[in-house]
Ligand binder design. Structure first.
Ligand SMILES: CC(C)(COP(=O)(O)OP(=O)(O)OC[C@H]1O[C@@H](n2cnc3c(N)ncnc32)[C@H](O)[C@@H]1OP(=O)(O)O)[C@@H](O)C(=O)NCCC(=O)NCCS
Length: 202
């Protein structure tokens, strides 16, 4: 009888206990993806150090999990605005492993980034994008109601729409659930590793 396979998939915020899985996702990215993502050829060592930065204060990272493995991620890094005192700008970045592309994962990650940026009253959201990167350009275009993109300099401007009670509540609920999931996932991995160490097959 044919075995039925159920895939689980979810996008959630990543926390420090997810660092190793996030690093593994980055290291799995092929050379082309790395080049489009970072604008240069980067080594595994570079990606390891970069992964650490994504959990520093001022950064928010989301992951797309399929069957417990991170296959896509987006990062939002905030910094003081150069133009407006007391305001913040941010940079966002996206990566989806090649076999998982064109399934709407990039769009789902972008929805989380736009909500997080809006709730923090980010003025300008920049996304590094090489001119030939049709995938990123198309992805940005899907969000043109929220982002004003000047394709020549690949900077997206988040419309100055203030956060609403709904958008704040939405992110608060998401983050609370995500933190719970992150802790449950972490506990599951600790138990799994402990079982493997003592040779207890599940
Ligand atoms: C950019 C990226 C994150 C998009 O991820 P994705 O999961 O494939 O995106 P989606 O499936 O949500 O697709 C979003 C839109 O882009 C379009 N698209 C995706 N790949 C495309 C391609 N290679 N050429 C043209 N359009 C493409 C999709 O058709 C969709 O538009 P539509 O709904 O109007 O049809 C992914 O291609 C990637 O990781 N690229 C390498 C890293 C990178 O370039 N990052 C961006 C710079 S930081």
């Amino acid at each position: 009888m044919a075995e039925s396979v159920t895939h689980t998939h979810v996008v959630r915020r990543l926390y420090r206990p997810d660092l190793a899985m996030f690093r593994d996702h980055l290291v799995r990215l092929d050379a082309d993806t790395r080049y489009n993502r970072f604008g240069l050829h980067v080594s595994d060592e570079y990606l390891g150090n970069y992964a650490d930065l994504c959990f520093a204060p001022g950064s928010i990272t989301y992951g797309y999990f399929e069957d417990g493995v991170i296959r896509g991620a987006s990062e939002l890094r905030m910094f003081p605005s150069k133009d407006l005192p007391y305001h913040k700008d941010a940079e966002a970045a996206f990566s989806v492993e090649t076999p998982w592309r064109r399934r709407g994962i990039g769009a789902e990650l972008m929805t989380h980034i736009v909500l997080a940026a809006r709730n923090r009253s980010i003025g300008t959201l920049s996304i590094f994008c090489l001119r030939h990167n049709q995938a990123m350009l198309r992805l940005a275009k899907k969000f043109e109601a929220d982002l004003k993109f000047e394709m020549s300099d690949v900077t997206g401007r988040l419309e100055a729409r203030p956060p609403s009670a709904w958008s704040l509540w939405h992110e608060f609920v998401d983050n609370t659930l995500d933190l719970g999931s992150a802790l449950i996932d972490y506990q599951g991995r600790v138990i799994h590793n402990a079982k493997q160490k003592i040779g207890f097959a599940s």
